[in-house]
Design a protein around this ligand. Structure first.
Ligand code: OXD
Ligand code: MN
Length: 579
């Protein structure tokens, strides 16, 4: 129940349409959470894990055909098709509504309808935005409680503001043929049917905090980005905040929780967020950023003591695992975790390596941010944190140097717009093919990319205080297909160079595609990396880059007349400098 008439009447309307058995308004309390977990243990929606080693931890096994985001079934429904852009699937809003109404009609018979009021961002922050998700999935409720500030405090803010994103979700019958994720950014609405997978079902995350929020951010003059936020503290206690965009499953969570190597005594990395960043220009001309989420929905495979000790420390308590394997003593297990042996795979079958991995490659953990040892108290600050540097990055086996600094804001926007990466298991479809993924927002930008680049360029007016923009590539391989850069904690060396560049300290060499480290300015102490490898990591191959720039130019041009001329000019300038 709420005293906000528009919210109450929407809930009543949805209850009538879906013919649910009962309506439950989520309060977000411990007691409610316990009850929902007990109920799912009874129905099999959750499986209890070893409570001695993993108190408060549970496993969810999804339908085997519902394990990732479905980009081909995700739509942005703007009244004008051009406003959605060729980066989105589009459906005319009234046609989309009619289609969804049919699917939602009677779909909650025999089920409880849960109303989840939530706030994206600290509850008292002017940068935060609220939403209400209606769902018939108790798994969604317990995950939303970890991922957002959910329940009574959010409802109070919604009642005060009177404005909220309306998200309607039903798992339906989980039939892939009857599955759609629809966004109506002009009316701040989301409708998702037929999937229980995180990115399709936890509507606060990709649907609200990226697709709807990016659209809203453009009209209100801010940015909603697919970026982690971290703080690097030096031994003098100064902290620089960095926001970094990488496509899904390229190590954002690991970078956000980086532990500096032994060669950085007294340094510390603080985690603000691992996936989404909302930022706006402050009166001081700097970007101030918040993490709209309150939890991590991280990829499990590959997470280990060596790759992410902070994550490992938070995953033995109060965590929901989705689609991981199990050991004989009922502990969660995934490829790369440790030397334990799984006995059951993610589908609950006896583990048989010839049938594939024990954990699904996109298996996940959901856990509250507060459980992370490196979580920064600044993540709760209503004003956010000031951003010194923005990093773009992709997974590229060849061509792209380890690190590159843009020559200007406009050039930095080009670095972001030209991003490309080899695809991963976070979305359905082929894995390992290179695709352009501007600002890592290809699956998430809620409007035409050409307008989005114009919006990014519009901030370039007061360049003195803006963050510097960089591009990194941790994933270069040599001719033997071995990684050339050690990655993980050693990425601290690149962060160090970036921060030094922001403070005007480290040296750099100017190339046509941007500034690269002078070989002596990158701290390689104790790394034992051969000089030839370092040279290869920083090399700019003119012939290959001319081909890359031609490809980038065609890509940007493919967005038609809305592509900003200033961006094409940046592209032509780099090409001319290479020639
Ligand atoms: C995610 C994704 O789940 O990007 O964060 O797919
Ligand atoms: Mn993501």
């Amino acid at each position: 129940m709420t005293r906000l008439a528009q919210l109450q009447s929407w809930v009543d309307q949805v209850a009538a349409l879906t013919q649910c058995d009962s309506v439950h308004w989520c309060t977000g309390t411990e007691e409610e959470n316990r009850e929902l977990i007990q109920q799912q243990l009874k129905t099999g929606g959750l499986i209890e894990l070893n409570q001695e080693t993993h108190p408060g931890c549970y496993l969810h096994r999804s339908d085997p055909a519902d394990v990732a985001r479905v980009e081909q079934l995700t739509f942005v429904c703007t009244s004008n098709k051009e406003d959605a852009g060729r980066n989105n699937n589009w459906m005319e809003p009234s046609a989309a509504r009619a289609r969804m109404n049919e699917l939602f009609s009677g779909c909650m018979q025999g089920r409880t309808l849960y109303v989840i009021p939530y706030c994206m961002g600290p509850i008292d922050s002017p940068l935060s935005r609220c939403g209400v998700e209606i769902t018939d999935s108790p798994y969604v409720v317990v995950n939303m409680r970890l991922m957002t500030r959910m329940g009574n405090p959010a409802l109070r803010r919604i009642e005060k503001e009177g404005r909220f994103v309306r998200g309607l979700h039903s798992i339906g019958t989980l039939d892939p043929e009857r599955r759609f994720i629809m966004h109506f950014p002009e009316s701040l609405e989301i409708q998702s049917f037929g999937s229980g997978y995180g990115g399709n079902a936890l509507l606060g995350k990709k649907c609200h905090a990226l697709r709807i929020a990016s659209h809203q951010a453009r009209s209100e003059g801010w940015l909603a980005e697919h970026m982690l936020i971290l703080g690097v503290e030096n031994p003098q206690g100064e902290v620089h905040y960095i926001a970094a965009a990488f496509p899904s499953a390229c190590g954002k969570t690991n970078l956000a929780m980086l532990i500096p190597p032994a060669s950085y005594p007294g340094w510390k990395v603080w985690t603000i967020g691992d996936d989404i960043c909302w930022m706006r220009l402050g009166d001081d001309g700097r970007f101030w950023a918040i993490n709209p989420e309150a939890g991590f929905f991280g990829v499990a495979p590959g997470t280990s003591q060596e790759t992410n000790a902070n994550a490992m420390a938070m995953l033995h308590k109060d965590t929901i695992f989705t689609n991981v394997g199990l050991t004989a003593d009922n502990q969660p297990w995934w490829e790369g975790k440790d030397s334990n042996r799984p006995v059951t795979d993610w589908q609950g079958r006896p583990y048989d390596p010839s049938k594939g991995p024990a954990a699904h490659p996109n298996s996940r953990f959901t856990v509250s941010s507060s459980r992370c040892p490196s979580y920064s108290e600044k993540a709760e600050a209503s004003e956010g944190v000031p951003i010194s540097a923005i990093i773009f990055g992709g997974r590229r086996e060849r061509l792209v140097p380890l690190v590159l600094e843009s020559k200007s804001w406009g050039h930095g926007v080009l670095l972001g717009a030209a991003m490309a990466s080899e695809t991963t298991a976070a979305a359905t479809g082929a894995v390992g093919t290179v695709r352009r993924d501007p600002m890592a927002m290809l699956p998430f930008c809620g409007y035409n990319f050409a307008d989005y680049w114009t919006h990014w360029l519009s901030f370039g007016q007061r360049p003195d205080q803006l963050p510097k923009i960089f591009h990194v590539n941790w994933f270069r391989k040599d001719t033997d297909h071995s990684f050339m850069w050690p990655g993980f904690g050693e990425n601290m060396r690149v962060l160090d160079w970036i921060i030094q560049r922001c403070s005007g300290k480290a040296a750099a060499v100017e190339t046509a595609i941007g500034m690269v480290p002078d070989q002596s300015s990158l701290n390689l102490e104790g790394l034992g990396i051969p000089t030839a490898t370092l040279q290869a990591l920083l090399e700019v191959n003119t012939k290959d880059w001319l081909a890359e720039m031609a490809n980038i130019s065609d890509y940007l041009d493919s967005y038609g007349s809305r592509t900003p001329a200033a961006l094409m000019e940046q592209c032509h300038r780099v090409t001319a400098d290479l020639s």
